[in-house]
Design a protein around this ligand. Structure first.
Ligand code: A2P
Length: 317
């Protein structure tokens, strides 16, 4: 059960190491694991990739919620210039995959698309480079990056609602592990959205955690299978309505934090529903739309006039 607190606790941000390796001086690290992270039947290619950072500056310094950079060596951008660094969210908990901060991981989706101009196949440079790497191969790594999208130092003082779409689940695999291993007793909710059931990422892992911990709730929004009653797709934000019994008591507490990670644009639907449902503590709404009822907010209103408050953290791409 969530604790109820009278005054909103202060969020104490941890000291976080950043930029230990920059693109000009990356570190070469071996890959130790590269496996499919979805069910085998998924038409998407999403992999869980682990790296051995032992003996480097990164050992023990990379927190859940941060990113690492990968330089796809030897490849060139579309403009012919040498390929630049790409950032990937860390999927490992802060203690690493191994418990000692020596093995860190990420979740990578191969970008495969149609090039609109040439109508040829377009494949993402770095995602395909990384997904093809085998244990023993090495890659050039930079980072860690990001100071803001991390758990507070006083993480036991809060409840958490994590919203993820697709590979946006990576940081939450680490954060949920960090919280449960620390013995946090408050509520932790993970809402995960993906197209089909076969695209659920780390599903067995989260199912097991939910089975084991009464305070961890795992909710899935599968968008392209059965629609919601009103015909709309199951998107993560609709859990505010469809799992109201679980989320409402948690979101009403003043010591609850929201973290959002995944598709750029997903935050707007969430802002709108949070406002519609009266969860104002998570948003800063400018005067221009303050008089307009939230169900009438257009995308432009949301983009220009609604921002996350200090109780909401955002990482979208
Ligand atoms: P859909 O693509 O069916 O519209 P992935 O990255 O694996 O494709 O998953 C992203 C998930 O997020 C999909 O289920 C996708 O649904 C869903 N999605 C797409 N747009 C939004 C949005 N604006 N808000 C919330 N979820 C979204």
């Amino acid at each position: 059960m969530s604790t109820d607190v009278k005054t909103e606790p202060e969020i104490i941000f941890p000291d976080v190491a950043v930029n230990l390796y920059k693109p000009k001086n990356p570190v070469e690290v071996p890959i130790v694991e590269n496996r499919i992270a979805t069910l085998q039947s998924s038409p998407n290619f999403i992999r869980h990739i682990s790296f051995d950072v032992s003996g480097t500056e990164l050992e023990g310094k990379v927190r859940s919620g941060q990113s690492i950079g990968i330089i796809p060596e030897g490849l060139t951008e579309r403009n012919g210039k040498p390929a630049k660094v790409r950032l990937y969210s860390v999927a490992a908990p802060t203690r690493g995959e191994d418990g000692e901060g020596k093995i860190i991981s990420t979740t990578v989706k191969r970008l495969v698309d149609e090039d609109q101009e040439s109508q040829g196949l377009f494949t993402g440079l770095c995602s395909n480079y990384l997904c093809a790497k085998k244990p023993g191969d090495t890659v050039k790594m930079t980072g860690p990056n990001g100071k803001k999208f991390v758990l507070p130092e006083n993480s036991e003082d809060f409840n958490y609602v994590f919203f993820a779409t697709g590979t946006g689940i990576a940081p939450f695999r680490g954060m949920v592990t960090d919280l449960l291993e620390k013995g946090v007793k408050n509520d932790i909710v993970l809402v995960f959205g993906c197209p089909y059931r076969s695209d659920l990422l780390y599903n067995d892992f989260f199912e097991e955690l939910a089975e084991k911990h009464d305070n961890f709730h795992y909710l899935k929004s599968i968008s392209r299978e059965d629609p919601r009653e009103d015909g709309t797709k199951h998107y993560v934000q609709y859990k505010l309505l469809d799992a109201w019994e679980i989320l409402n008591p948690i979101l009403l507490k003043n010591n609850t934090l929201i973290y959002i990670c995944g598709l750029k644009g997903m935050e707007l639907g969430l802002y709108k529903l949070l406002a519609q449902q009266g969860y104002e503590g998570y948003l800063k709404v400018s005067e221009e739309v303050a008089d307009k009822p939230p169900h009438k907010w257009e995308t432009e209103d949301l983009k220009k006039n609604v921002r996350p408050s200090k109780r909401m953290f955002l990482e979208v791409y």
